[in-house]
Design a protein around this ligand. Structure first.
Ligand code: MCF
Ligand code: FE
Length: 405
């Protein structure tokens, strides 16, 4: 039980409402009151309350990478370096490494993540982490002769994560179909079958390079040489649109879409899917970015994530949003700052299948408080932009009514 109030409270949800001298009261894990005149602890001059943030797409297993992978030479060159160093990087991250990264996530006001689990070594630690986790078990591999083995390995990880989810209601099971170019169609089918049967959310990397588009459209381009040399059994399996349509009936987030067109955005909208934007990763790997304005024009839910340290220098979601703010120059900064924050606290939750993202009675008491550098804003419309420019760590973090920081 508790109550706090600040100079400003951002109610959240899809459309913003800002309450001056707004407060929040909670009992147990749930909010019971939000509004002006809530009596409780005053968080000080320039304090702002808002829903806690979500990092929509992480790969914590790759947190052992610092300078090992090849950046700035295009996606396929990065992929080659991942394949060469995957084992070594995965072996570098164990208990303490996860603990540190989760601590940093909490420090930045993140209380939920969409974690892509490639080999399942993150399950144990994240099963005990004090935040909400959707753990997307990855299915990956093209070799027709290895389909059965790959499937049983994947199933064992799904079962392991199901056991953890039975014990911890803040840990949820999801499925990651790595991408349309890297997963045998039989495995895509089997993975989606489980997702549909169990109602699990899904994420998949889609259209993050020119090479991927050329391969999916014509079985041509850079992937032709790459596969020819390393995976001669690889075939083009679906067009981007055919691939998207396979996810109908599933709660799905398509990650990246840097090479997505309006046609693909429309197809994603038709099946009720969302997009997860990882601008730093996209810049480092391929140099390009998602068309934010295009996604918004198609009314798509757009979430935001840092990706892993395999393609980023930080898992700080504020840094990710700031980078996005400077990339998408066709959207005015005041509007974009508000949209990006909404992506982090609201759309990410919708795409991951989590409740909350809006401070209102009955919702989970998941919220943060930050402090503006100037205590009094002359114009309220400045709020989202000033928050985004001046925050990297958040002074207060509450998850399910418990103070994490
Ligand atoms: O999102 C980025 C770039 N796109 C694809 N994959 C990954 C990313 N970060 C880590 N990965 C992982 C992926 O989950 O790298 C491996 C997979 O396990 C690439 S395929 C050998
Ligand atoms: Fe990723």
């Amino acid at each position: 039980m508790g109550a706090v109030y600040g100079d400003y409270l951002i109610v959240g949800g899809e459309k913003w409402r800002i309450i001056e001298k707004g407060g929040i009261r909670w009992e147990g894990e749930k909010i019971v009151e939000v509004g002006e005149g809530v009596e409780g602890e005053y968080l000080g001059e320039g304090s702002v309350l808002l829903p806690s943030l979500v990092n929509g797409h992480t790969h914590l297993e790759f947190s052992g990478n610092r300078g090992k992978l090849r950046y700035g030479k295009g996606f396929v060159r990065w992929l080659e370096s991942v394949i060469a160093h995957r084992e070594e990087i995965l072996n570098r991250c164990r208990e303490e490494c996860y603990r540190q990264e989760v601590e940093k996530l909490i420090d930045s006001g993140v209380t939920a993540i969409g974690e892509i689990s490639s080999i399942g070594i993150d399950i144990d630690y994240l099963g005990q982490a004090p935040i909400e986790v959707v753990l997307y078990n990855e299915i990956l591999g093209l070799n027709p002769g290895a389909v059965d083995f790959l499937y049983s390995d994947f199933l064992a990880r799904v079962e392991e994560s199901q056991k953890v989810a039975e014990e911890n209601s803040n840990f949820k099971v999801g499925i990651s179909i790595h991408s349309p170019y890297s997963v045998h169609w039989k495995l895509v089918e089997k993975g989606l079958e489980i997702a549909k049967r169990e109602g699990y959310p899904v994420q998949t990397h889609l259209l993050e390079s020119r090479a991927e588009r050329e391969w999916l459209e014509k079985e041509e381009g850079e992937f032709k040489g790459f596969f020819g040399e390393k995976f001669p059994f690889a075939r083009r399996q679906f067009s981007p649109i055919q691939f998207i349509q396979l996810f109908e009936g599933v709660k799905v987030g398509f990650v990246h879409l840097t090479h997505g067109t309006g046609e693909e955005m429309e197809a994603i909208g038709k099946i009720g899917g969302g997009v997860i934007h990882c601008p730093i990763s996209n810049r480092l790997l391929e140099g390009t970015t998602l068309r934010w304005d295009l996604g918004r024009n198609y009314n798509l839910p757009i979430g935001i994530g840092t990706d892993g340290l395999s393609s980023n220098y930080t898992l700080n979601i504020w840094e990710e949003m700031r980078v996005a703010l400077f990339i998408h120059q066709s959207t005015p900064p005041l509007q974009l700052a508000q949209e990006l924050l909404t992506s982090a606290f609201y759309w990410n939750r919708k795409i991951l299948g989590l409740e909350g993202g809006e401070l209102k009675p009955e919702n989970p008491a998941d919220f943060i408080a930050i402090t503006l550098p100037e205590p009094q804003l002359e114009e309220l419309e400045q709020l989202p932009l000033q928050i985004l420019l001046h925050t990297t760590s958040t002074p207060r973090v509450y998850f399910r009514g418990k103070k994490l920081k």
